[in-house]
Design a protein around this ligand. Structure first.
Ligand code: NDP
Length: 283
């Protein structure tokens, strides 16, 4: 039976530490969260981020914009935040409406205010081993979970299923830089099950409920479930068929309570870091 990796516990610890640090910082880290339109899932995520940032003592503002906003209007909004000295971290909730070019918006955020680590400068720095202003929250949180549980990464075969810019690709970079041998799979990968079952560390970020059955798992593997899928009954479930896979895996993250809380904790961590690096904090 697999050992449960409790992301919610580590996330709580990180959030407490951040709250303590913020209280003695002398200023409030400022974070702006921009949401465009009425996507229900995005509203839930933004609500959670706002609550967490306020609890940590941040100056948190949520900017709600109409779904019909133009590209130019949204870019002006980002520029205003870029030049606002009280705002140290900017997050634009994705996905944006289809008529907006998300890549352009991400590039508009100043790299040193890019709390998600999605700006090309930060992405590039991550890949070439330079310190980015921020590391993408979800994969960064996964690394913290592996480290907290003393799971060896170096020399291990890590298989990542999913190649998004948000999860899969930065996950690959972080594991590679810690000397894992990394395989990235996606919807066109042939023999997915065969490849996955060679993994010492398997990260699934697909978005398909219970897709990863025990046949994908090597005995004793570390299984990290990033997927968040809402079922017809309203419950959340991951990509992994938890009850079957936990019989075979060595470690496993639950959904909910695994990777999700770590994403929020690392958002706070990144925002605090941007504030500290901004020069607003007296040394
Ligand atoms: P995307 O939709 O951007 O990417 C999904 C990836 O999965 C793509 O690379 C896609 O391949 C691949 N994929 C889809 N179907 C299959 C398949 N049958 N076999 C193999 N690969 C497949 O999603 P995200 O990366 O943004 O998110 C993935 C999941 O993680 C979602 O459930 C999301 O809600 C969740 N998530 C959870 C977070 C958390 O904090 N826990 C944070 C961010 C996301 P291709 O590229 O070929 O299309």
């Amino acid at each position: 039976m697999a050992i449960l990796i409790k992301g919610s516990e580590l996330a709580q610890k990180i959030r407490e530490n951040i709250k303590n640090e913020v209280s003695s910082l002398g200023i409030k880290p400022g974070i702006a969260v921009v949401i465009v339109g009425e996507d229900p899932a995005s509203k839930v995520y933004v609500g959670r981020k706002e609550k967490a940032t306020l609890e940590a003592g941040f100056n948190s503002i949520v900017i709600k914009l109409d779904k019909k906003i133009t590209q130019a209007e949204l870019e002006i909004k980002i520029d205003e935040l870029n030049t606002d000295n009280d705002i140290h971290a900017i997050l634009v909730q994705l996905p944006l409406p289809k008529h907006i070019n998300s890549d352009e918006i991400i590039q508009k955020i100043l790299p040193h205010k890019d709390v998600d680590g999605f700006h090309p400068l930060n992405v590039g720095k991550l890949w070439i081993g330079l310190q980015p202003y921020s590391v993408p929250c979800t994969p960064y949180g996964i690394i913290k979970l592996l480290e907290e549980n003393n799971i060896q990464i170096s020399g291990k075969h890590a298989v990542i299923i999913g190649r998004s810019n948000i999860v899969g690709k930065p996950m690959a970079s972080l594991l590679l830089s810690r000397n894992a041998t990394v395989t990235v799979c996606h919807s066109r990968t042939a023999n997915l099950k065969e490849i996955a079952s060679q993994a010492d560390i398997l990260v699934s970020a697909i978005g398909k409920p219970a897709f990863i059955s025990e046949g994908f798992i090597k005995e004793g593997a570390v299984v990290i479930d990033v997927g968040i899928n809402r079922m017809p009954d309203g419950k959340l479930t991951g990509d992994v068929d938890f009850n079957k896979v936990e019989q075979k895996a060595g470690y496993i993250t639950p959904v909910p309570g695994g990777v999700g809380p770590m994403t929020i904790a690392m958002l706070l961590y990144n925002a605090l870091n941007l504030c500290k690096r901004s020069g607003s904090v007296s040394k």
